[in-house]
Design a protein around this ligand. Structure first.
Ligand code: PEP
Length: 258
């Protein structure tokens, strides 16, 4: 089964509503002009600009992702945003377990698991981020850390359709540092994750779930990362804020051999 590459731009805490509209309309225009293989594209603006992005993308296949979510459907949870509210704003995906949320906001495997279940219940697709810190890598723990994050994050989720789940391997030491994992480092972890999906779900799930790489992806390194067998796209932070860089990364993914 071939996996259509997916490129997601994580804007973090950047861009106003006006900047979002301008970016998204330009992106829509530029991507319409691109040729070659199919690629799916999404951007993850701040909550305040989700609806503006969704409106700007009308008439295109570009999707909108949230950067986080809370697991309850509604109620007295001041400041939180539920999966139905994200769906209402026009989201298809939500990023969960991003290392910045784990590091600064107390996100852990248990909360990630609750968020994944709640998103799926609302018909949204979780983009589950996981990855080891530099200390963990240097201590030889990279595989055991990503295994734990995957097992715990996906615990008791009866996912059957590979399209309903995205995983993003993001080594913490590569996020926002300019230090990218080598294509081989990304490949060996991502092949390992795919094997784990086989054990946790089924051969069809392992074969079909897209596993993205994230961590200082730029136009000049994306093609070599994307060429790896188990790298099915990218979660792009800093470089996704520049429409031209982002478009070049998408263009690079169009050359990926299936
Ligand atoms: C991210 O925030 O998910 C990310 C990968 O950031 P950057 O591309 O800037 O390293």
């Amino acid at each position: 089964m071939s996996r259509t590459p997916l490129i997601v731009g994580n804007w973090k805490m950047n861009k106003t509503i006006k900047e979002t509209k301008d970016f998204c309309l330009r992106l829509k225009n530029e991507l319409t002009a691109q040729k070659n293989g199919p690629v799916e594209v999404a951007v993850a603006p701040p909550f305040t600009a989700l609806a503006a992005a969704a409106e700007a993308f009308l008439g295109s296949t570009i999707a909108v992702a949230a950067q986080d979510v809370f697991w309850a459907e509604s109620g007295a949870f001041t400041g939180e945003i539920s999966p139905p509210l994200l769906a209402d704003a026009g989201c298809r995906y939500a990023v969960i377990g991003h290392s910045e949320r784990r590091q600064y906001f107390g996100e852990n495997d248990e909360s990630v698991n609750k968020k994944a279940a709640a998103l799926m219940k609302a018909g949204l697709i979780p983009i589950l981020c996981l990855g080891e810190s530099l200390k963990e890598r240097q201590g030889g723990l990279a595989f055991s850390v990503v295994e734990r994050q995957t097992r715990e994050g996906l615990k008791d989720l009866g996912v059957k359709n590979p399209a309903d789940l995205i995983i993003a391997y993001e080594p913490v030491w590569a996020i926002g540092t300019g230090q990218t994992a080598t294509p081989q480092q990304a490949q060996e972890i991502q092949a390992f994750l795919r094997k784990l999906l086989r054990e946790l779900f089924s051969p069809a799930m392992a074969q079909g779930v897209r596993i993205l790489y994230g961590g200082s992806v730029k136009p000049d390194n994306s093609a070599e990362l994307m060429a790896m067998e188990d790298v099915d796209g990218a979660l792009v932070g800093g470089a996704s804020l520049d429409v031209q860089f982002f478009v070049e990364i998408v263009q690079g993914a169009r050359t990926k051999k299936k």
